[in-house]
Design a binder for this molecule. Structure first.
Ligand code: NAI
Ligand code: 15L
Length: 265
């Protein structure tokens, strides 16, 4: 690719992937509403609110791939989710449509299906069961992307990320964890495969205790290498085992199922 856009570049995942993505394109256009520090020689930094249609149009212009990490990433007030995750998604897809329909990786979330039990094993055909307004916003994003694919042929990878961080933090994440290296190898496949379509991809490593079946996307040739199991002894030694009645031990979405609907100011 000549120019790859990465939104949400100031966030946890954006910071972790920024250096790793260097070889993916001649130029990385990094964007966020927050400060992203200094640009390296191969980087362009663009401060942009996803809710600003004209700014998002300018942001997408000239890009031949988009990794969309930007937005509200946990449960929050609906007004904030509305601007970043609903209006922001619409703005991004309209900008993509006007600018040659670059392939998009949409950072969706396991919270689209958070109310399934940890004894359920899901494939992409499982009906959504979001566990909060944040999860609902990711369901909206997936539906929007699917419509743009069917109507216009816009390709998107709907990546339902589990827990993508340096290492799992608790017992639940022994199932949901995805390593940064596995995320990078997934990104490479998403942008290299000749025909992507608009598939759901479960974003977890090759964890022994995973809950999700990626066989429908075997055509991507993505083979995650890491396994959260190697952290089990450390988790057992440092994190109290949750009680069987605790949401973190019952639901795939863990504690998110207990979040309230936050009041507006
Ligand atoms: P994060 O919250 O650390 O980063 C999100 C970034 O989006 C922030 O830097 C924030 O400033 C930016 N942002 C928020 N509102 C914006 C707006 N209106 N305009 C422009 N930028 C805005 O989240 P994280 O962990 O880096 O996750 C990245 C993406 O992956 C998010 O979309 C999240 O929902 C998704 N995801 C992440 C998971 C994880 O384990 N890290 C799990 C599941 C999904
Ligand atoms: C998410 O969707 C969040 O963005 C992230 O912060 C994690 O909490 C993750 O899900 C998770 O479920 O562990």
């Amino acid at each position: 690719m000549k120019r790859l856009l990465v939104t949400g570049a100031a966030g946890g995942l954006g910071k972790a992937m920024r250096g790793r993505l260097k070889g993916m394109a001649d130029v990385l256009r990094l964007s966020d509403i927050a400060d992203m520090g200094e640009a390296a020689a191969h980087e362009e930094l663009v401060v942009c609110d996803l809710g600003d249609r004209a700014a998002v149009d300018r942001l997408v212009e000239g890009c031949d791939g988009i990794i969309h990490l930007g937005g509200i990433s946990v449960e929050d007030k609906f007004s904030k989710i509305l601007n970043a995750n609903l209006l922001g998604l619409y703005n991004l897809y309209e900008a993509a449509r006007a600018n040659g329909m670059p392939r998009i990786l949409f950072a969706s979330s396991n919270h689209t299906i958070g109310f399934y039990g940890q004894d359920d094993y899901l494939d992409a055909s499982a009906p959504m069961r979001p566990d909060g307004l944040y999860g609902v916003s990711k369901c909206f994003g997936e539906a929007l992307a699917s419509m743009y694919f069917d109507k216009f042929g816009q390709e998107t990878a709907l990546v339902r990320i589990g827990s993508c961080m340096e290492k799992p933090k608790n017992h639940r994440m022994l199932s949901t964890w995805m390593s940064h290296d596995d995320f990078l190898s997934m990104i490479e496949r998403i942008f290299r495969v000749p025909r992507l379509g608009c598939p759901v991809i479960w974003g977890c490593s090759n964890n022994d205790s995973r809950w999700w079946d990626n066989s429908a996307v075997s055509y991507l040739g993505w083979h995650p290498k890491d396994n959260a199991e190697r952290f089990r002894a450390e988790i057992e030694a440092t994190v109290p085992r949750p009680s069987a009645q605790d949401s973190i031990a019952i639901y795939q979405g863990g504690p998110f199922v207990d979040d309230p609907i936050f009041e507006e100011d």
